[in-house]
Design a binder for this molecule. Structure first.
Ligand code: PEP
Length: 250
């Protein structure tokens, strides 16, 4: 099977009001480069309606930064997959390391969120990756694959083709210290192997992103690796010129 088209997923984290998002998106729309990549903005939920309107004449997709494992009801503060779809989202990040670390999100919860997203028709971007201490003792493959299998424990083979996985080593997020292209490929290949075991022929269609200090200067080399199908970008996603440069590099 040929390599799936790359996905450039922008994680704005807790940045930009709806007015700021509109200004940003209007500027992006007038500078969109030719790119072989799909572009998607993982925005704060309050920005999604404004972005859907500002980007209505473009192919830029939208996503949430999290999604509830529940469909509806007494879950104060949560946002369901159906609600995200309703405001125009196609994706939802699940299991970002900041949610795992600061919001006590276990891989069991991540698995339930991935299932809820897929059931509703949203594409989950399931994040996995080791911390510095694990990397320093050389345990990154085992750690990341354990986290992956647990985080996908509620995703059946019927839904597997729609999955996106993001390999995000925690030590590379927001530090300016990106993994090398070879390190990103080593883990992406290991993830692909684990997906083969879980989902057989569907594994080759799953997009595996790399995330962690991606910027215009390193995106092309990392995404050219055989098992890397795009990037999840935090800091560099806030600036239109950087996003244009990264999209143009893919
Ligand atoms: C992220 O938050 O998912 C991320 C990869 O951040 P950064 O690009 O800033 O390292």
């Amino acid at each position: 099977m040929s390599k799936p088209a790359p996905l450039l997923a922008l994680n704005w984290k807790m940045n930009k009001t709806p007015a700021e998002a509109t200004t940003w998106a209007t500027e992006l729309a007038s500078h969109l480069p030719r790119t072989g990549a799909e572009l998607a903005i993982m925005a704060p939920a309050v920005d999604l309606s404004a972005l859907a309107w500002a980007l209505r004449d473009t192919a830029v997709a939208l996503g949430g930064q999290d999604v509830s494992q529940h469909e509806s009801g007494a879950h104060t503060g949560e946002i369901s997959a159906g609600m995200l779809l309703n405001v125009g989202a196609r994706y939802a990040v699940v299991g970002h390391s900041e949610r795992r670390e600061y919001h006590a999100e276990t891989s069991g919860v991540v698995a339930a969120k991935a299932r809820a997203a897929l059931t509703a028709g949203l594409v989950p971007i399931v994040c996995v990756g080791e911390g510095l201490e694990v990397r320093e003792r050389g345990g990154q493959i085992e750690y990341t694959l354990d986290q992956l299998r647990e985080s996908l424990s509620q995703v059946s083979i019927d839904n597997a083709g729609a999955l996106v996985i993001a390999y995000e080593p925690v030590w590379a997020i927001g530090t300016g210290l990106a993994a090398t292209a070879a390190d990103a490929e080593e883990l992406a290949a290991a993830i692909r192997g684990a997906l083969d075991g879980l989902y057989r022929e569907y594994a080759s269609g799953v997009r595996i992103l790399y995330g962690g200090s991606v910027k215009p200067g390193n995106i092309a080399e990392i995404c050219a690796q055989p098992n890397v199908n795009g990037a999840l970008v935090g800091g560099a996603s806030l600036d239109v010129a950087s996003v244009v440069a990264m999209a143009a590099a893919l």
